[in-house]
Design a protein around this ligand. Structure first.
Ligand SMILES: Cc1cc2nc3c(=O)[nH]c(=O)nc-3n(C[C@H](O)[C@H](O)[C@H](O)COP(=O)(O)OP(=O)(O)OC[C@H]3O[C@@H](n4cnc5c(N)ncnc54)[C@H](O)[C@@H]3O)c2cc1C
Length: 358
């Protein structure tokens, strides 16, 4: 059977990108979300697009391929998708150490390099007391998570995708030995293929089929400040907080690792994050908190993405991952090809759900 209708469960960045790609490939797409677009992790994401956090070649390749896929997506959408390809300065040596500038990553094709304090000051003059050195990853992109997700939902809807927002998928609809859609709180929805892109809600939908998707989901708090004069160009991943400035002047600040219990006392955490940022970047002036979000990262148990057909469930697919912003463009492209052609992409071989069955 050639699939003609697709039901995408989840309107975060993964579901949004995938709906756009499927609709562009000529499928009749319905995108379902219990809450609405970007109400899950995608609306509370720092949304840095990078390859340098990969520690294995296959994962690095997937992430690099996604950056390339984003460049194509930008062109297709004629400026509607706004990505700042301004790069990142990273000096959290616990997380990133020298690996991003290592001969290993260089041999994979990484452009990241070590810069000294003087170069850092030249790149980001607001850094009055930079550390001795950092990794400069010039090819990285930054997006506004909610805005980018909405742009892709709009683009999908403009070419025929239908939104079903405020409707929860209660369970997968099993008919004639295949998955035929989902049961929702407003009745059943049928489709030739059903794709689970429901973030932290994905694993629950697999439970009735005895399919295990271990998770290590993790919450994170982000602060958005009131707009200030635009003075930061690159993403800064410091040894404690990460900071970027949006085109409208707002700063978006996260903590690299929340201390135990930090999210039980958000006010203290927010005060600490603002104080740390102001100490590091005093020339930015006084920062006023405009908004805080706490969102949970959907993370498969081993930290790597899960993408592809769901074994034992005909006509059902899954796309659940951390670094979903980085990976959305390539996930959408490759999964759409697999759905349309049944040909498996070698880039996705390490990321099948079947690895958890062993
Ligand atoms: C604080 C933080 C910082 C991050 N920083 C980065 C970063 O810098 N770079 C990066 O690449 N990634 C980052 N991530 C991770 C990235 O944001 C996520 O991987 C990505 O947003 C996941 O997108 P998604 O579409 O899979 O899930 P979500 O955005 O969570 O969307 C899933 C949607 O499914 C819906 N849903 C769930 N269950 C059901 C159901 N049963 N029926 C109907 N709808 C349902 C939800 O309402 C939700 O809207 C960060 C995440 C967080 C929280």
């Amino acid at each position: 059977m050639t699939a003609k209708t697709a039901l995408v469960v989840g309107a975060g960045i993964i579901g949004a990108c995938l709906s756009y790609r499927l609709a562009r490939a000529g499928m009749h797409v319905t995108i379902l979300d219990a809450a609405g677009p970007h109400r899950g992790a995608s609306g509370g994401s720092w949304a840095w697009l990078n390859a340098i956090s990969a520690q294995e070649k296959s994962y690095f390749d997937l992430r690099q391929a996604s950056l390339a896929a984003y460049h194509e997506l930008e062109q297709e959408l004629s400026g509607r998708l706004k990505i700042d390809w301004t790069g990142a300065l990273v000096w959290d040596l616990n997380t990133y150490s020298a690996k991003s500038d290592s001969p290993v990553q260089k041999s994979w094709g990484s452009n990241a390099r070590i810069v000294n304090a003087d170069e850092m000051r030249a790149l980001e003059p607001m850094l009055t007391s930079p550390p001795d050195g950092a990794i400069y990853s010039a090819d990285d992109g930054l997006v506004d998570g909610a805005q980018a997700t909405q742009t892709l939902i709009d683009a999908a809807q403009a070419i025929g995708a239908r939104g079903a927002f405020g409707r929860r998928a209660l369970s997968l609809l099993s008919e004639d030995n295949r998955i035929a859609g989902v049961k929702t709180d407003f009745g059943d929805l049928h489709a030739d293929v059903t794709i689970l892109a429901a973030g932290t809600g994905t694993s629950d939908l697999l439970v009735p089929f005895d399919i295990t998707l271990p998770t290590s989901n993790r919450a994170g708090l982000l602060i958005t400040t009131a707009p200030i004069t635009k003075r930061l160009t690159r993403a800064l991943w410091t040894d404690s907080v990460h900071i970027k400035q949006l085109a409208d002047g707002r700063l978006v600040i996260g903590e690299n690792d929340h201390a135990p219990g930090a999210l039980d006392d958000p006010e203290a955490t927010i005060a600490h994050m603002i104080e740390t940022t102001q100490k590091m970047l005093p020339a930015l002036g006084v920062l006023t908190v405009e908004k805080t979000t706490i969102a949970t990262r959907p993370i498969p148990g081993d930290g790597y993405p899960v993408i592809g057909a769901i074994p034992t469930l005909d006509d059902a697919y899954i796309a659940m991952m951390h670094s979903g912003f980085t990976l959305a463009a390539i996930t959408a492209r490759l999964l759409t090809q697999e759905i349309l052609t049944d040909e498996l992409s070698p880039l996705l071989t390490p990321y099948r759900l079947s690895r958890f069955a062993a």
